[in-house]
Design a protein around this ligand. Structure first.
Ligand SMILES: [Zn+2]
Length: 339
C-alpha cells in the first residue's frame, strides 16, 4: 500500500503527500468524514511515510523496510506509533495520560512520534482537556492524527488546534473496486454491495458478506414483478412484514431504488453498461418492458418520498403502506395503458 493505492480521497492524499515531501507536516490533523471511507488507512499511510527507513522522493513509504512492516502489521507494533480508540463509550483519561507520556518521550526508532486517535468526538471533559494540553504544546517530533465521523462532537478548542482534512463519501465505483480487491466475490455482488453502502467500504464489505442482502434483492424484484397481481390484503401483509424488519428497511428501499433505476436505464437507453444488477439482465428487461419509463419514474419518486418521510421520523407502517399502494397504482396504470 502506498499513497497511490489509496482508494478515493485525492484531495486529502495530495495535501498530506505535499506536506511530507516539503517537510511541512503539521503537529495535529483532524480527519473528518463518514465511517469507512479510509481515514484510518490514510492516517497509517502518513505514519509510514513519516517513519519509513527509505522514503521515496514522491513522499511515499517504501512499504518493505522494517518500519513500514511494523506499521502495516494487523495491529501496529512500531514503538513510535500509538493508536488510541474509545475504551467503552469514551477515550478515558488514563488513555490520554499514557499517550501524553509516550508523546513527550523522544522517538525510539523513527523520526516522529505519531499518534492516531480514532474517535476524537468521544472524549469526556477531562480526557479532552488533557488532549488539548498536548495539542497546545506538542514536542517538535510529534504528529497527532485525530479521526472523527462526527465533527460536531469534537471540542471546538481541539478543532482549532488541528488542521482539518475532509474525507468525502466514496463513489460506488471506488467502493466496488475496493470490495472486489478485498473479497474476490463476483463483480455483480460487489457493485450491489457498493450501491447499498452509502460510499463506505466498511459497510460494503459487511453487506457483501451478508447472505440476507442477496435474499432481500430477490424479494424486492419479485415484489415489483408481481405488483399488479397483489390485492389490498396481500399489500397490507407485505407492509406488516416490512414493519417487523425495520432494521432492514433502508436496505429494502435502496434495493427497490436500484431495481427501478436499472429498469429505467434499460427502458430509456437499452444499454446494459451502467446497470447494477448486471447479473439479472432478464429481470431488469422484464421490469423495463412491464412498466415503461414514465411509470418507472413515478415509482422511483414514490420510493424517494418514502425515504424522505422516514428520515423525518414519520410513522413507519403508514409510510410503507402508502408506498406499496403508490407502486401498485403505477403498475396498474401501465397495465391499463397496454390493454
Ligand atoms: Zn519503508
Amino acid at each position: 500500500m502506498s499513497w497511490a493505492a489509496i482508494i478515493g480521497q485525492p484531495l486529502a492524499v495530495r495535501l498530506l503527500r505535499h506536506a511530507v515531501t516539503t517537510g511541512k507536516v503539521a503537529h495535529a490533523y483532524l480527519f473528518s468524514g463518514p465511517q469507512g471511507v479510509g481515514k484510518r488507512t490514510v492516517a497509517l499511510e502518513l505514519a509510514k511515510a513519516l517513519n519509513c527507513l527509505s522514503p521515496q522522493p514522491d513522499g511515499s513509504a517504501c512499504d518493505t523496510c522494517a518500519a513500514c512492516r511494523k506499521i502495516t502489521a494487523s495491529s501496529p507494533v512500531h514503538p513510535d506509533l500509538a493508536v488510541v480508540a474509545p475504551d467503552g463509550r469514551f477515550i478515558k483519561t488514563d488513555q490520554v495520560r499514557e499517550l501524553q507520556s509516550d508523546m513527550y518521550a523522544r522517538p525510539n526508532e523513527g523520526r516522529f512520534r505519531v499518534a492516531v486517535i480514532d474517535g476524537a468526538d468521544r472524549m469526556n471533559a477531562e480526557s479532552g482537556n488533557r488532549l488539548l494540553k498536548l495539542l497546545e504544546e506538542p514536542p517538535a517530533y510529534a504528529v497527532l492524527i485525530l479521526l472523527t465521523h462526527n465533527l460536531s462532537g469534537v471540542l471546538p478548542t481541539v478543532i482549532s488546534r488541528c488542521q482539518v482534512v475532509n474525507f468525502t463519501p466514496l463513489s460506488p465505483d471506488d467502493v466496488a473496486h475496493a470490495v472486489l480487491a478485498q473479497t474476490g466475490i463476483e463483480s455483480g455482488a460487489a457493485r450491489l454491495a457498493a450501491s447499498l453502502s452509502g460510499g463506505s467500504i466498511g459497510r460494503a464489505l459487511a453487506l457483501a458478506q451478508d447472505a440476507g442482502v442477496a435474499q432481500r434483492r430477490d424479494e424486492t424484484s419479485d415484489l415489483l414483478q408481481r405488483l399488479h397481481e397483489l390485492d389490498d390484503f396481500d399489500l397490507l401483509g407485505r407492509g406488516e412484514a416490512l414493519e417487523k424488519q425495520k432494521e432492514h428497511l433502508d436496505d429494502w428501499l435502496e434495493l427497490l431504488t436500484v431495481w427501478l433505476r436499472d429498469a429505467l436505464l434499460m427502458a430509456q437507453t437499452g444499454s446494459e453498461q451502467l446497470l447494477i444488477n448486471m447479473d439479472r439482465l432478464a429481470v431488469v428487461r422484464s421490469l423495463a418492458r412491464a412498466f415503461g419509463p414514465g411509470n418507472l419514474l413515478t415509482m422511483l419518486t414514490a420510493v424517494t418520498d418514502a425515504r424522505g418521510q422516514l428520515q423525518r421520523n414519520a410513522n413507519v407502517r403508514l409510510v410503507v403502506d402508502v408506498l406499496l399502494l403508490r407502486l401498485r397504482e403505477a403498475a396498474a396504470l401501465e397495465m391499463i395503458a397496454s390493454l
